[in-house]
Design a protein around this ligand. Structure first.
Ligand SMILES: [Zn+2]
Length: 90
């Protein structure tokens, strides 16, 4: 929960100014940057995981292939939801 710098009043995410004293809230640019960074991180992790899955497929480590495959699927779902989140915010 974000708080007003002047009077410590809790500020809702949708508010652009403090409801108590009218102090303008800093733009939520940081959160957008974080979301973009998170999306990029998930994409990089997804590619790495996909590569590892392919590598594991051509090696005899069947156990690691299953782990890599499940990690790739999980990352794919996380990436999809992160993409949906960032697109709905625009
Ligand atoms: Zn305030």
């Amino acid at each position: 929960m974000q708080r007003c710098k002047q009077c410590e009043t809790p500020i809702a995410k949708s508010d652009t100014a403090c409801v108590n004293c009218g102090e303008s809230v800093a733009p939520v640019k940081k959160k957008t940057d974080f979301r973009k960074k998170f999306g990029k991180l998930v994409t990089v992790m997804f590619i790495l995981s996909a590569v590892l899955t392919v590598v594991a497929l051509f090696t005899s480590y069947v156990g690691s292939f299953i782990i890599c495959l499940s990690a790739t699927i999980v990352l794919l779902m996380v990436k999809k939801s992160a993409d949906e989140m960032s697109s709905s915010q625009q």
